[in-house]
Design a binder for this molecule. Structure first.
Ligand SMILES: NC(=O)c1ccc[n+]([C@@H]2O[C@H](COP(=O)([O-])OP(=O)(O)OC[C@H]3O[C@@H](n4cnc5c(N)ncnc54)[C@H](O)[C@@H]3O)[C@@H](O)[C@H]2O)c1
Length: 252
């Protein structure tokens, strides 16, 4: 078990890819705070981990709230005494409709930035004092392959995920002295459950498959190994990096 005695928070950990991160980290021995705005889903995942003899609890969080993100960190420390890993996974993605940028209203733009960028800032701010005191921590930010490809009709989303990369690099410089690693992952289009029905047409899925070196669909499990690696001591000298996990679609 590579994460024995570690404590991890996974935001958006109750649904989709975040659920797979929660389960995967727990399988490697981490105690997991499954943090989600969908509290019932977070509870289900925590219960599933316990059934598999892992350790987890569900914590409700809205990542746009300074109070709720602080409460998430406080509750985790109260339960498990430390925070080793923060996976900043919560995001607005499957709920967004693709449309020309001229049709994105300013409120929707602000909401995407609030969850997908400010959310990372607030969660990081909440866990940082704990990691600093421990003289070690791992922050893993979930960006998106849409940044590499410049996916059209998704301007707010792609801009927010580009923001995640800037956030990762600048933060890595600031917290290096605290021995905190900050890295990002750019997942390719992943069949996460939520985006399966209605959002992706069979043609779009076929198109994505063809663009990859490995010509198959990408699933949450394809991303879990990278999150475990970035959470583990094996990646202690890696920081400020963006790791692309997309089956060889993008190669820059
Ligand atoms: N599925 C993909 O193809 C893909 C590709 C690249 C990146 N991503 C990113 O991976 C992450 C997970 O994607 P997914 O497909 O599982 O999406 P999803 O919509 O299934 O999951 C998003 C999660 O974030 C949570 N969430 C939303 N707003 C929140 C808030 N204000 N506070 C707390 N939690 C909140 C949701 O409850 C949910 O658990 C997202 O950041 C997404 O942008 C997904």
């Amino acid at each position: 078990m590579r994460l024995k005695d570690k404590v991890a928070i996974v935001t958006g950990g109750g649904v989709g890819i975040g659920r797979a991160y929660s389960l995967g980290l727990a399988k490697e021995g981490a105690r997991v705070a499954v943090a989600d705005i969908q509290e019932d889903e977070a509870r289900k995942v925590a219960a599933e981990i316990k059934r598999l003899d892992g350790e987890a609890f569900a914590v409700p969080v809205d990542v746009t709230s300074p109070e709720k993100t602080q409460a998430m960190a406080d509750e985790t420390v109260k339960r498990y005494g430390r925070i080793d890993v923060l996976v900043n996974n919560a995001g607005l993605y499957t709920v967004l409709k693709k449309k020309p940028f001229t049709e994105i209203d300013p409120e929707e733009w602000d909401r995407v930035m609030a969850v997908n960028v400010k959310g990372l800032f607030l969660c990081t701010k909440a866990v940082h004092p704990v990691m600093k005191k421990q003289k070690k921590g791992k922050i893993i930010n979930i960006s998106s392959g849409t940044v590499l490809g410049g996916t059209p009709y998704f301007l707010h989303y792609v801009s927010s995920k580009a923001g995640v990369i800037g956030f990762t690099r600048a933060l890595a410089r600031e917290v290096g002295a605290d021995n905190i690693c900050v890295n990002a992952i750019t997942p390719g289009l992943t069949i996460s459950g939520s985006n399966q029905e209605g959002v992706l047409t069979p043609e779009q899925r076929e198109d994505r498959r063809k663009r990859r070196s490995f010509q198959r669909d990408q699933y949450p499990q394809d991303l879990v190994g990278t999150v475990i690696f970035l959470s583990s001591d094996d990646s202690d000298f890696i920081t400020g990096q963006v790791i692309n996990v997309d089956g060889g679609a993008n190669m820059h």
